[in-house]
Design a protein around this ligand. Structure first.
Ligand code: SF4
Ligand code: SF4
Length: 457
């Protein structure tokens, strides 16, 4: 295959070891139904859902079990047939603990849910669906951004006369080390993903579609480009190979790379006429619109030296991490840390009963040696004013100034240096020779600010 060089990029960023080799060649594998699932009521940005079922209720796969009337929210569905065992506080990979619904699976009445990619090919016509049908199916299906942000997709794609959308950018970068779930979706569910992209373009009114893929994924670039060629003039879709660099998959960074435009600080992509969707989200849109299936399962990458059988698994949302570990042959003896997500933006989890959520793209299993090699395990020294953190910051911030302000509880100064504009990519911490956990300070600063706002509110 000819080498593909992505010439488009953004200022700043870094290039940590990719570590995709653990799982990039592992085809998507369906996992068996676990004995119990725990479905969290907070899996997206916006209002937390309230349960629509009670203890001891029988539930069916695909049934709504959590709902909210708020504009920015998404319903939650049961991935299995079973009985509600409890509605209780459960471990959450990001926010510590939150309410969730524990369901005992009906072992005699559950088939393993299979992917629906074989229902899509080049004959798919998005014009067979109205904008209302597409937006309705996406809303009822509980589709949210599956790349990590978890923003309700219907809010993103529905027409808004005040903020007209012109360009749909598909985020196919997957720039975090270890993660390969989107890569496998691009290779194996190409037509389903393209169907979702075209449905989203129809709903949002975008006439131009650009698929941004990092140049370390030539097979995906070729597979999607070939499918687009087969579509002929069915849509104004183009693949844009972009430079392999972290965080190329950041929404604001990808817009800069693909269109050469900056989203103003504190603003959102629709203000410059852009809508950005992730690969897996598009595949889920197609499934919800065409089959009526809500978002109950997703592809998750299991990778790292500390797991026996890395791969890409199609698993129920609500499956506990410990059950997925068991399916993957268990941990190796050297296992030291489990991260939900990748090593740059993921969250280390302390409780293996934590369930998977709609945004769980990966579980990374690190060994003791990998953890002790990591910067945050080394001794921190004083800032040596080298300026590396400024050079890599993709948001053009002054990370060391923000961190210093937060350290001394000077939130006013932190805000003067645009604390809120930080996308928490971790580049500054990654390059800091003084091993200062700059991103950690910034995350703490944001938390303190949110708490203060809540108190005042
Ligand atoms: S300050 Fe924020 S956006 Fe800038 S490099 Fe650090 S984590 Fe990334
Ligand atoms: S990279 Fe670290 S040592 Fe260098 S200026 Fe930033 S905080 Fe200071």
């Amino acid at each position: 295959m000819a080498e593909i060089r992505g010439k488009y990029t953004f200022p700043g960023g870094t290039h940590p070891p990719e570590n995709k080799h653990f799982s990039e060649n592992c085809p998507i594998e369906t996992v068996p139904v676990p004995k119990q699932v725990a479905v969290l009521l907070s899996q997206h940005l916006g209002a937390i859902c309230v349960p629509t079922v009670a203890k001891k209720d029988a539930v069916e796969a695909g049934q709504v079990i959590g709902q909210s009337d708020a504009f920015v929210s998404a319903p939650i569905h049961s991935p299995v047939n079973g009985t509600v065992k409890d509605i209780t506080l459960l471990p959450h990979p990001v926010i510590g603990r939150t309410m969730g619904i524990v369901i005992d699976v009906d072992a005699d009445n559950n088939e393993i849910k299979q992917p629906v990619n074989d229902r899509f090919d080049k004959t798919f016509n998005p014009d067979n669906y109205t904008v209302e049908q597409i937006c309705g199916a996406v809303k009822e299906g509980g589709i949210v951004g599956m790349g990590g942000a978890g923003f309700p997709t219907q809010v993103k794609i529905e027409p808004n006369p005040r903020l007209e959308k012109k360009v749909l950018i598909i985020n196919a970068c997957e720039c975090e080390p270890f993660i390969t779930c989107d890569y496998r979706v691009m290779l194996e569910w190409t037509w389903q993903m393209l169907a979702g992209i075209r449905l989203a373009a129809r709903a949002s009114g975008c006439k131009k579609i650009r698929i941004g893929i990092e140049d370390n994924k030539p097979e995906a670039i070729e597979a999607i480009s070939d499918a687009i060629r087969q579509l002929g003039n069915a849509g104004n879709i183009q693949v844009v190979p972009v430079k392999t660099k972290y965080p190329q998959g950041g929404e604001r960074q990808l817009i800069k790379s693909v269109l050469g435009k900056m989203v103003p600080t504190g603003s959102i992509p629709p203000t410059i006429g852009v809508c950005v969707l992730n690969v897996a989200t598009c595949a889920s849109i197609a499934e919800a619109v065409v089959t009526g299936n809500p978002l109950t399962h997703r592809v998750i990458t299991v990778a790292g030296c500390a797991i026996s059988k890395p791969g890409n698994y199609y698993a129920p949302i609500g499956m506990r991490v410990e059950d997925l570990i068991a399916h993957c042959g268990g941990l190796t003896e050297s296992a030291a840390k489990v991260v939900m997500g990748g090593p740059m933006m993921g969250f280390a989890i302390a409780d293996l009963s934590t369930p998977l959520t709609k945004t769980s793209g990966a579980l990374t299993f690190l060994t003791k040696s990998a953890v002790t090699r990591a910067k945050y395990e080394k001794q921190q020294t004083a800032c040596i004013r080298c300026g590396r953190c400024l050079a890599v910051c993709p948001e053009h911030l002054n990370p060391t100034k923000i961190a210093h302000a937060v350290k001394h509880f000077r939130m006013d100064i932190a805000e003067d240096y645009y604390l809120s504009a930080c996308i928490e990519c971790g580049c500054c911490s990654y390059v800091c020779p003084a091993n200062i956990e700059i991103t950690g300070y910034i995350k703490t600063g944001k938390l303190l600010k949110a708490r203060a706002k809540k108190r005042l509110g």
